[in-house]
Design a protein around this ligand. Structure first.
Ligand SMILES: *[C@@H]1O[C@H](CO)[C@@H](O)[C@H](O)[C@H]1NC(C)=O
Ligand SMILES: *[C@@H]1O[C@H](CO)[C@@H](O)[C@H](O)[C@H]1NC(C)=O
Ligand SMILES: *[C@@H]1O[C@H](CO)[C@@H](O)[C@H](O)[C@H]1NC(C)=O
Ligand SMILES: *[C@@H]1O[C@H](CO)[C@@H](O)[C@H](O)[C@H]1NC(C)=O
Ligand SMILES: *[C@@H]1O[C@H](CO)[C@@H](O)[C@H](O)[C@H]1NC(C)=O
Ligand SMILES: *[C@@H]1O[C@H](CO)[C@@H](O)[C@H](O)[C@H]1NC(C)=O
Length: 526
């Protein structure tokens, strides 16, 4: 690689306050990419929880579970369609208690409360009529489907070790389900094996060696039923918290070309009733802690080289349905959009938000289907941030979080898209751009300042802020316009503000800003 060819862009952020002016240097390396996401990086989940699922003295699922969600709601349909396409992961805690009502399964009951059963619910069943209805909306809205399979079928609780499930996975029900799915022409992008059974598990766990053997069985089944490699669903796993030892053994046992994508879960905000969450979510050092997990998974992926890399297949931020006064508010974007940035920086391909609808952490309000602030942040990410990830360094001010990708849509020039998160709760920032050029790998980018970057084309800017500055409110403003669905339940248009290149990028306190700069010459984006 020609090191002289490394161009970078620096953004000088000057914070002017009464007492002092703070300069923040942001360097964007335009020459090389550090990661490549899937085109459908932004993903959301649909979960199985019934109405009776409660945590913290509330029951936030309503009728948003997979078995009782109203699939005809215009708000829901339009919210999915706006992504064109959205990736959806069907799964969740109860997935390892779902049987499919096909083949030998004649009795197909719903989940029932049962204290002795995993997660307090009995086994439930997905009737094929319901699978038909789900596929109707998936087809109508162009969804890319990941389906989480029951990985406990055929196993029994260990007599010796609490929480451990032993015995081989029985694949017959999955086979019948796949055959039915194929016979109907439904498209499944990927099958994920089990949910939270890796490592210590959530309520149940399976040993890594056993799991590795079983996912080979699943892979062979998928290959047998989908002989055409072009339409063969991917096989993903293990879909639990990252545990180095467990993940290593699992991938060693399964061997090459079996697990297409290594999937894991992120709940780094902890319990949904934590009264300190609003502080944690604004604390850069707290947010940074999870980088260890991403780094660990990236190491594993670099070692085993699965074709579809690393995915976050479930992340709600806060556990057990989310945080009532935070997850559905503007402030959650400080966590969520930062996670999208961090995950792509660590070369993750997909990030599935728990949930699309259902619980307090949903992108859409569980009862009204009206988008919460994170929905709009996610949609902008999907529309603006391309798959090529650029390195950003910024050491002066930890309160400023910046991520840069090549722009998604190449208009006349490729350009870059950047997201700035937060800054200060009481100061605005004026950002000026500067060019940097490395002469060698070792020279610190900040040492070689070049004159200010002067674009000549208008920038496309999307400023997200909380209505009336209430970051725990549910209304987000885009360029000062409140985002609410139209009377026909359509997602409002989300146009950028065009800003003359001679103006500094201006970022208000407690705001999240996407900027597309078309005339920034990033060789990695050409
Ligand atoms: C929807 O179904 C039709 C008919 O089976 C099929 O031709 C089309 O490709 C499907 N569209 C999507 C997005 O899955
Ligand atoms: C699990 O338990 C059932 C019922 O007791 C028994 O028939 C089956 O053989 C057991 N399977 C394993 C793998 O131990
Ligand atoms: C969903 O919307 C209703 C009606 O506006 C509201 O009362 C409720 O708090 C919202 N739910 C969540 C989780 O934000
Ligand atoms: C946002 O800015 C405030 C004020 O500078 C700071 O205390 C907070 O940590 C920042 N939050 C994030 C997520 O960077
Ligand atoms: C920030 O930029 C705006 C627009 O150019 C300008 O009016 C304002 O004076 C600048 N503020 C500071 C503190 O430099
Ligand atoms: C941008 O601002 C510069 C300097 O004020 C001005 O000369 C130029 O005409 C403006 N460009 C556009 C497209 O308005």
């Amino acid at each position: 690689m020609d090191l002289k060819c490394i161009f970078s862009l620096a953004i000088l952020v000057s914070q002017i306050s009464l007492s002092s002016t703070q300069n923040v240097n942001v360097v964007i390396q335009g020459a090389t990419s550090i990661g490549e996401t899937d085109d459908n990086f932004v993903c959301a989940t649909l979960d199985w929880w019934p109405t009776e699922k409660c945590n913290y003295n509330q029951c936030p699922w309503g009728k948003a579970g997979l078995l009782n969600l109203d699939l005809k709601k215009k708000g829901l349909i339009n919210a999915i369609k706006a992504f064109n396409p959205l990736r959806i992961k069907v799964g969740g805690s109860l997935q390892d208690q779902v049987v499919y009502g096909v083949g030998g399964v004649k009795n197909c009951p719903n989940f029932m409360k049962n204290e002795d059963s995993l997660f307090g619910f009995s086994q439930g069943c997905l009737p094929m009529e319901r699978w038909d209805e789900l596929n109707k909306i998936f087809n109508q809205t162009g969804v890319k489907v990941t389906f989480g399979l029951n990985a406990l079928l055929g196993r029994n609780r260990s007599q010796i070790e609490k929480g451990l499930w032993v015995g081989d996975w029985k694949s017959q029900n999955a086979r019948d389900f796949m055959k039915y799915t194929i016979s109907k022409g439904y498209k499944v992008d990927s099958y994920e094996f089990g949910n939270q059974l890796s490592g210590a598990g959530m309520s149940a766990s399976v040993e890594a060696e056993q799991y590795g053997k079983d996912i080979v069985v699943l892979k062979n089944l998928v290959k047998e039923l989908h002989p055409d490699p072009k339409t063969q669903p991917k096989v993903l796993g293990p879909s639990g918290y990252y545990d180095e030892k467990w993940f290593n053994s699992f991938l060693e046992v399964s061997g090459h070309d079996v697990v297409d994508g290594v999937t894991h879960h992120i709940y780094n905000l902890g319990p949904g009733d934590d009264p300190n969450m609003i502080t944690k979510i604004q604390d850069p050092s707290y947010l940074n802690q999870v980088a260890r997990t991403y780094k660990g998974v990236l190491n594993i992926v670099n070692k085993f080289k699965p074709q579809s890399g690393a995915w976050v297949s479930e992340s709600g931020g806060a556990l057990h349905g989310g945080a009532k006064d935070l997850s559905p508010t503007f402030a959650d974007g400080f966590w969520y959009l930062d996670q999208l940035g961090m995950a792509s920086t660590y070369n993750h391909k997909v990030f599935c938000r728990q949930t699309l609808i259902g619980g307090n952490y949903a992108l859409l309000n569980t009862t009204t289907s009206i988008p919460n602030p994170d929905y709009y942040g996610a949609l902008l990410w999907h529309r603006l941030m391309g798959s090529t990830v650029l390195a950003v360094t910024q050491e002066s001010n930890p309160n400023l979080r910046v991520y840069a990708h090549c722009a998604k849509k190449k208009v006349s020039q490729p350009g870059i898209s950047t997201i700035f998160i937060n800054l200060s709760k009481d100061s605005s920032f004026n950002v000026t751009l500067s060019n940097y050029e490395h002469q060698s790998r070792n020279s610190r980018s900040t040492d070689v300042a070049k004159p200010e970057f002067r674009g000549s084309k208008d920038r496309e800017e999307y400023h997200l802020a909380a209505l009336a500055g209430n970051i725990q409110g549910q209304i987000v403003l885009l360029n000062d316009v409140p985002m609410v669905p139209t009377e026909t339940f359509d997602i409002p248009t989300m146009e950028p503000k065009l800003v003359n290149a001679s103006m500094p990028i201006s970022i208000a306190a407690h705001s999240i800003v996407y900027v597309t700069i078309r005339d920034f010459q990033a060789p990695a984006c050409a």
